[in-house]
Design a protein around this ligand. Structure first.
Ligand code: NAD
Length: 263
């Protein structure tokens, strides 16, 4: 199939929801072979059926994976071997916990849980992608790691463990980009703004005050959609971005550039 990602084997973590699912749909529409990975088996099956609907001819499979467990990530990446190895690794799985708060009130176990998934998960995904790229002698690959706009801006509505974890993703990705640049392995961070996905919307619920506290700062006046992130990921995954490396790729409706927003 002709497409912007034709011939590329892509792994997406956190594929059963939000950004991950929309990305898998665009990936298969652009001719990629896709491995969907998620910790939630039921949601993963449903997501895989949805993705198949968009390209019945595409090579698609799924693997249940906990990104905070290295053996699980190793098996996930190895599952691309029978296709000739992974070309694009989208380390996207992440959590934002309801008990994540400020320096005083964040429980240590919530800090550890958040960092095990959001930081170690990205490290394991990057590590096993590099090992696979070398094993299969790949020369032009792309790793995209999902960070967040909160890694760039301070919020008085604190979720300290999450914010720190996303800062770590930015720093780690930048360094990986430098270390592996001469091998042809690109690493970029995706920095989404606040989105209309379960991760944030379930957390905000119907708390009008909590919503207003945030929405007043949106220059565009709305939450972003997962598909708007997915379009950016397609660009970063494709050879169109062959000279884009080590960036904090911000897709936030202008939020991180705002001082005073329109009324
Ligand atoms: P989502 O909750 O809709 O999807 C996340 C997926 O990750 C879920 O399907 C979940 O089952 C999976 N997951 C959770 N823990 C996992 C684990 N240990 N191993 C494998 N999979 C696991 O969230 P989303 O909004 O699509 O978020 C995707 C990424 O974008 C996350 O890294 C998140 O931090 C980041 N992000 C989201 C927003 C936002 O406003 N939603 C903003 C900035 C960054």
């Amino acid at each position: 199939m002709v497409g912007r990602l034709a011939g590329k084997n892509c792994i997406v973590t956190g594929a059963a929801g939000g950004i991950g699912l929309e990305t898998c749909i665009l990936f298969v529409k652009e001719g990629a072979s896709v491995i969907l990975a998620d910790i939630n088996p039921e949601a993963l099956e449903k997501a895989t059926a949805i993705v198949r609907h968009f390209n019945a001819d595409a090579k698609i499979k799924n693997v249940v994976c906990d990104v905070s467990n290295e053996e699980s990530v190793q098996k996930l990446v190895a599952s691309a071997d029978e296709w000739g190895g992974v070309d694009v690794m989208f380390n996207n799985a992440g959590i934002m916990h309801g008990q994540d708060a400020d320096a005083v009130d964040t429980p240590e176990r919530i800090w550890d849980l958040t960092h095990n998934i959001n930081v170690k998960g990205v490290w394991f995904g990057s590590k096993h992608a590099v090992l696979s790229f070398r094993k299969h002698e790949k020369k032009a690959t792309s790793v995209i790691n999902t960070a967040s706009f909160v890694a760039l801006m301070g919020a008085a509505t604190s979720q300290l463990a999450y914010t720190a974890s996303k800062g770590a993703v930015l720093a780690m990705t930048r360094e990986l980009a430098m270390v592996h640049a001469r091998e042809g392995f690109r690493f970029n961070s995706l920095c989404p703004g606040p989105l209309n996905t379960p991760l944030l919307q379930e957390w905000l619920g119907d708390d009008v005050e909590k919503r207003f506290r945030r929405e007043v700062h949106f220059p565009s006046g709305r939450f972003g959609e997962a598909i708007e992130q997915a379009h950016a990921v397609v660009f970063l995954a494709s050879d169109e971005s062959s000279f884009v490396n080590g960036t904090d790729f911000v897709v936030d409706g202008g939020l991180s550039k705002a001082y005073v927003t329109p009324q």
